[in-house]
Design a protein around this ligand. Structure first.
Ligand SMILES: Cc1ncc(COP(=O)(O)O)c(C=O)c1O
Length: 461
């Protein structure tokens, strides 16, 4: 909670959250029953801990186009997008056809199939890196990227940005979302474990820098000469709302790291195809040594990719680092990814998404103005969010100061009004798919306006 929040505002927020949570639960009796049953067989009653959301997990029955339906029959415009994985929308005909065909012809051989070449060639064209491999999740891809940076340089230390998330392997489960009291001094963030079960010896190998602050990286490189293998970051931060790089920041990082014979990895698992056809890499025209992709890449099927320069991937090609996995590049994932890249994420689809992005941003900004709410909209291609703060947030410490309860209240209003945004408050963003339309975006804007009237200062007292 921000310290200058008035008692009236505080009470009003509490009240609207309580009212909306009650409506939420009342609309979903079957979800509630399933959640109770599930607790007997599923740890915590869910299949991933991120599905444990207040006031209760939402159980879904199916999705089609831009919509999903819960088990109680409620229909939603889906802007959750499976935490950013549904750029294709749901049951897209091209993806469904590719999956069906492949299912009839065998889904797994652990031998390469021709689709893998088509996919790698298209990724090389979009991201400008010539050589690729595949994996099954973002976590695996970033794990391989970190291993590869260490293997190539023969060094153990890596640099990671405070507030970036790269999956749940040991080296990157550090300072993902630390509380202020654990995060260390602003000018020298500490390496804080983000999960139990991670040995301190591993956490200590991950050094923490501040986003948009080249000096914080330069200092780490100077303090540990010849010991840093490389750096991994989300080139647009997307696990702290949306935080964009300032002009020159990404190019500056590359220069600094290369000056110290260290490597740069862009984790584009979230930004990948969603901010544009060739991710932040293409949009900002800065080529890292390695890129990781996952989420929307497979059109809703689990797949990940690691791309690299000729020099970095030569280390894989010649056996210097064994990049392996039984299901890597499996035919089902490759068929869906081929369809995604060649038939779904097309130039026309990006133009359409751009029109919807503008419509959402303009409509919500207007509602913010009318209601006098302290907030602003940040968008990046198909992704967007409302940041409930006056000024731009440029790094994790700024993000920490944003009151999360506004995001939760907004999420509840949207949900009860038939728009499914990703849960987890201020952390996540909406995803506009290739199958959304104007009416979907208008529902988002209308629900926001209702929320803003309820939560904004105009109605106080
Ligand atoms: C930037 C980023 N990298 C990596 C991951 C891990 O991906 P996965 O959940 O597929 O393991 C995520 C997941 O949210 C992510 O946002």
């Amino acid at each position: 909670m921000s310290t200058d929040m008035s008692a009236d505002t505080d009470a009003k927020l509490k009240q609207i959250i309580a009212e909306q949570e009650e409506i939420f639960v009342r609309r979903q009796p079957k979800s509630q029953r399933l959640a109770e049953q599930a607790r007997q067989y599923l740890a915590g009653g869910v299949t991933s801990s991120w599905q444990i959301t207040a006031p209760q997990p939402v159980w879904l029955s199916h999705g089609r186009g831009s919509r999903v339906w819960d088990v109680d029959g409620n229909e939603y415009v889906d802007l959750h997008g499976g935490y950013g994985a549904a750029l294709a929308g749901h049951a897209h005909p091209a993806i469904a056809k590719a999956i069906t065909n492949q299912a009839r012809n065998g889904t797994h051989f652990a031998q390469p199939t021709p689709d893998a070449i088509t996919v790698a060639r298209e990724l090389a064209r979009r991201f400008g890196l010539p050589s690729w491999r595949f994996a099954n999740s973002g976590t695996e891809a970033t794990m391989d990227a970190v291993h590869l940076m260490r293997s190539i340089t023969g060094r153990d230390l890596i640099i990671k940005i405070e507030g970036c998330y790269h999956g749940h392997h040991d080296s990157v489960q550090v300072s993902v979302a630390p509380e202020e009291e654990d995060a260390g001094p602003r000018e020298k963030p500490s390496s804080t474990p983000s999960s139990s079960g991670i040995p301190k010896a591993i956490t200590d190998l991950t050094l923490i820098a501040t986003f948009n602050d080249l000096d914080s990286v330069a200092r780490l490189l100077d303090e540990h000469p010849g010991q840093i293998a490389g750096m991994i970051l989300e080139p647009v931060m997307m696990n702290a709302g949306i935080i964009k790089p300032e002009p020159g920041y990404l190019a500056g990082l590359k220069q600094l790291l290369h000056d110290h014979d260290a490597l740069l990895t862009f984790d584009e698992v979230k930004t990948g195809l969603t901010v544009g056809p060739g991710g932040v890499t293409q949009a900002e025209n800065v080529q890292p040594d390695l890129i990781t992709l996952a989420k929307s890449l497979g059109g809703g099927v689990s797949v990940a990719a690691i791309g690299g320069t000729g020099q970095t991937m030569e280390h894989v090609a010649n056996g210097g680092y064994e990049m392996v996995g039984t299901f890597n590049g499996n035919p089902l994932a490759m068929a869906a990814t081929r369809a995604m890249l060649t038939e779904v994420a097309t130039p026309e689809a990006y133009q359409r998404i751009e029109r919807l992005r503008q419509r959402a941003a303009t409509g919500i900004e207007q509602a913010i103005k009318t209601s006098n709410l302290t907030a602003h909209v940040v968008t990046a291609g198909a992704k967007g969010c409302v940041v409930f703060a006056a000024g731009a947030v440029t790094n994790y410490r700024g993000f920490l100061g944003v009151d999360d309860r506004y995001s939760h209240a907004h999420w509840l209003f949207q949900h009860n009004g038939g728009v499914f945004l990703p849960p987890w408050g201020k952390i996540e963003q909406w995803l506009i798919s290739v199958q959304h339309n104007e009416a979907d975006i208008d529902r988002l804007i209308e629900n926001f306006a209702v929320f803003a009237r309820a939560a904004g200062p105009g109605t106080e007292g």
